[in-house]
Write a protein that binds this ligand. Sequence first.
Ligand code: ATP
Ligand code: MG
Length: 577
Amino acid sequence: MRASQLFAPTLKETPAEAEVISHQLLLRAGFIRKAAAGIYTFLPLGWRVLKKIENIVREEMDRAGAQELVLPILQPAEVWQESGRWELYGEEMFRLKDRHGRSFCLGPTHEEIITALVRNEVNSYKQLPLLLYQIQNKYRDERRPRFGLLRGREFIMKDLYSFDRDEAGLEESYWKMYTAYSNVFRRCGLKFRAVEADTGAIGGNFSHEFMVLADTGEARVVFCPSCDYAANVEIAQSVPQPLHTPDEQLPLKKVSTPGKRTVEEVCAYLGVVPQRLIKTLLYEADGQLVAALVRGDRELNEIKLQNALGCQKLKLAEPEQIRKIFGVSVGYVGPVGLEGIPIYADLEIPYLVNAVAGANADDYHWVNVNPGRDFLPANVVDLREVRVGEPCPRCGHPLEGCRGIEVGQIFKLGTKYSEALRATYVDEKGKERPIVMGCYGIGISRTMAAAVEQHHDEKGIIWPVSIAPYQVVVIPVSVKDPLLREEAERLYKELEAEGVEAVLDDRDERAGVKFVEADLIGYPLRLTLGNRTLSQGTVDWKWRKNQEEEAVPREGLGRRVKEAIQKSLEELNAPGT
Ligand code: ATP
Ligand code: MG
């Protein structure tokens, strides 16, 4: 490609709306343009990167024995009604009607449509296992589309579905995908970590997320440096840390705490540590009120609560609602005498002796509250959010934390969709059984942005060679000099003949301008031709990721570039790097 012909409009200024570096750089370097909130055009450079990522994904899926197909984006409501998700999916689903008034949606995911396909086409155990995938646009009307490609409303996903005869088959498919995903992200040149994850709206009971490690990541991860435990904090298990308190239970006493609502205010006023306070949070779970208790020094993890309750919708009860029902302001709610609503207590709560809690009356707290004596929780479950430094639930070593961008997630679905849509097969003994399923997604466009989040500097993008739009840029310092121009042209042809993906910057621009742009776009290798090329027969060779530039012989350069690129690709291909 000649830079003079390349449609890659760069921007001098950083667009104001772009908060994160990947969004800024992809806009500035001419990879993407915004069409509407969360909807982007991929310009030629951006499209090339996407294709590279797609092809790595495709190779790894095919290697795992999967077959590619294409499912419709426009999906009839009926299959979603069969699974019950037409209602459940809520506002994230783009819905529309055809001219006859029939309801459709733009596929946010494809469990329903593929299960409906497989139920019609697969009848016998002989047709299983089956791994089917596609790479195409997904549509989700995200509440907050932001961060450019990281959270779009139209985005590109690889989604794969596994169909097995039984749990053992699913187990095999699942770990096959786990390995394939690890290969994909390693080959894309990304530092990543697989972590245990919540299953959310997709359902199922076992899941891993693949996180690209980046400080700007939305996800928080804890991991154990000593064993292999790693989990999204959304589900990371916390081991109770009982407080050392006297055993003797004292009589319950109501004390005045005028205007003291927050944990800090109450503790300071009563002279107790926050560990001794019971924090009571009232939630509405699918329209029902529940109380959730954690210690004053802890944060409640809403996903854990939601999973414990098994509800679809969970939100904090409004202060006005609490006042109407209990006649008290939020800060004074407590579990003692809280009639008629189930209490979910965190695992640490039963260890408390002579604790402090709201008295369900404005300006009063109870002291010497003893769980079990003064109130009975309906359930004692793990509800608190894990913190860095706490012991690993597997081996006890202090946990460490990091941030990540979720680029992929794999799920064991079991028979959730096959039962709802009656996708069954007949086994060897002639018995009808539901197909056992798994689903596996990779955010292709999000991976592109995640790569930029991880690989950039103050000058621009530093593409890993495997997903770079072009591998090499050839820069003649001047095109006015006909000899230099011809020499650059010759090198460019030589590279093309070797199968190297090269851009020749043939524009009549100052060398400095070309360098700045090459650094912004992030070509992995830069070859500069200047006066020494003509006088001494050398070319300046510089990897984007390194500082040093080195003069190399012009003779045989095409072949050496080819070999160097090949070597970098092979390093990414090799497992264990
Ligand atoms: P998130 O929690 O970030 O919303 P998700 O759990 O809803 O993601 P999945 O349904 O598991 O995502 O989709 C599979 C993959 O698709 C994700 O791992 C992610 O890489 C990508 N993805 C999901 N939502 C978006 C989005 N709005 N924009 C870009 N990529 C997305
Ligand atoms: Mg989502």
